[in-house]
Unconditional design. Structure first.
Length: 261
């Protein structure tokens, strides 16, 4: 099984979990606030559905070789979310499922050589088309938590946690770093990240913190030596790039090739 096969299976399972959560929501639940400031659960569900359609655009690009932007412009993305956010629970669920089905069909239609096509989102860098599945999984899993409807980071599959933590390292924004070193409990140490304290935590707790889904529960600042005040836990830097540089053109056998413990 290649990385492409495993990513497709992960994406299908993640979509089913999200749909199951959405199926349990009432109209009142959908209209209630999510954990994202200023967004209701309806905003989150609509965003996930429109994000699926945006990834269809990238896969059309991969299949045909014709440049098809993920979104025509940032305003188009925002307008789509606003237009659908106020819908009731039944409409939201139907849209979520239909958009996931359109994406699954688009994935199936990409020929083997198409997965190496370089595609791009609203921000650089461009990336091989196979990485769209990683990006889509990121959207589904993070925003499932953002619904605030019972699905938490503790429910994230281990393979998702390890891959996303790997990509957090690969995407590290050195110019905006707030920490100097990260120690993964029982695993590797990320050094030379920039200015700031040394922090330590489990892979899962670190991923939750680095993606802005916690205030740092489970993360501690490591005090080096015994002199001077203890550093407070800083805000993590916001990672905005959609994909790491230097990804392999063709779908690799495994991604990442080196696992973060």
């Amino acid at each position: 099984m290649s990385a492409l096969d495993s990513l497709r299976a992960e994406l299908a399972a993640a979509g089913e979990r999200l749909a199951a959560t959405a199926a349990g929501l009432s109209d009142e639940d959908v209209a209630a606030p999510s954990s994202l400031p200023g967004w209701s659960r309806g905003h989150v569900l609509t965003h996930v559905a429109r994000n699926a359609d945006s990834h269809v655009n990238l896969l059309v690009w991969a299949r045909t070789g014709i440049v098809t932007p993920q979104y025509p412009d940032p305003g188009f993305r925002e307008a789509g979310i606003a237009a659908g956010a106020g819908r009731g629970a039944r409409e939201q669920l139907a849209d979520l499922r239909a958009s996931a089905e359109r994406l699954a069909k688009a994935i199936a239609a990409v020929p083997a050589e198409g997965w190496s096509t370089m595609v791009g989102g609203l921000r650089p860098p461009t990336h091989p088309a196979w990485y769209t599945l990683v990006r889509r999984l990121r959207e589904v899993e993070l925003h499932h938590v953002d619904l605030g409807a019972g699905y938490t980071p503790a429910d994230w599959p281990e393979e998702f946690v390890l891959r996303e933590l790997h990509d957090c390292r690969a995407l590290w924004p050195y110019g905006r770093s707030t920490v100097g070193e990260i120690r993964v409990t029982g695993g590797e140490t990320w050094t030379d990240l920039g200015e700031g304290p040394v922090v330590e935590g489990s892979a899962r707790d670190l991923l939750v913190w680095l993606t802005g889904r916690s205030a740092g529960e489970g993360i501690r600042v490591v005090r080096e030596g015994h002199d001077g005040p203890q550093h407070p836990l800083p805000e993590p830097p916001w990672m905005t790039a959609p994909a790491p540089e230097g990804l392999p053109a063709a779908p690799p056998q495994h991604y990442p090739t080196r696992r973060t413990p």
